[in-house]
Design a protein around this ligand. Sequence first.
Ligand code: CTP
Ligand code: MG
Length: 234
Amino acid sequence: MTAAILLAAGVGTRCARPGDKSPKQFLSIGKHPVWVWPFLAFANHKEIDHIVIATLPDMVDTIREHIQKLPCNKDVVVTAGGATRQESVRLSLAVLANGNKPDFVLIHDAARPFLTAQIISDTLAGVRKYGACSTGVTASDTVKKVSDGVIVETLDRNQLVLVQTPQAGRFDWLVEAHEKARKEEISVTDDAAILEHAGHEVRIVKGSPHNLKITQPEDLALADALAAIVFERV
Ligand code: CTP
Ligand code: MG
């Protein structure tokens, strides 16, 4: 059994524009709110059995109602996330632990609307083969290490990967790794780092440059333009 966790419990501080009434994942891109696009990608994928959505406590009911109107025959749970992304993942894993425990879990940012069936399939193949994987893309730009606005090092681009989500792991590895991170007060921004800290090798599988995360206000305009191309056929 395979589960997907969709993370929609952030407040979107970096993306906030004056006048926005809700965090980025609830704004519309094309005909749906941002979070609905990756939800539908999981809902339509035949190898995903179970979906957990972590969201802000005051959005739990709204999301539940919205899902009723969407085509989905999977087992879906909407739960309140935590104060950090890491905590939202941990709480979502706890929801899965209380039900039929999955073998594998894919974790995805709701702020990445351009998730495709191909990316889900590639991630699933990776996690089944290796136990832990993250999607990622090569860096097109040269990446520099900077201190106080001054370049201190030019990194070797051939050794760099920009990681995205989905990231995936065996359920037992993820639960243990998150518990270890919590006990040791390790805080990181992705699940690959949690798994790495627990001693697991995390393989990179092919992501997509289109699978961008809406992070800054400018990303909303970019996502709108991309949606017109990518979602036109939906
Ligand atoms: N997320 C979450 N719970 C949190 C924080 C983040 O579920 N407590 C989710 C976000 O909703 C988003 C994903 O994790 O889909 C990636 O996080 P990020 O892009 O950092 O979103 P925010 O934390 O909302 O934005 P910011 O860091 O700018 O405040
Ligand atoms: Mg954040």
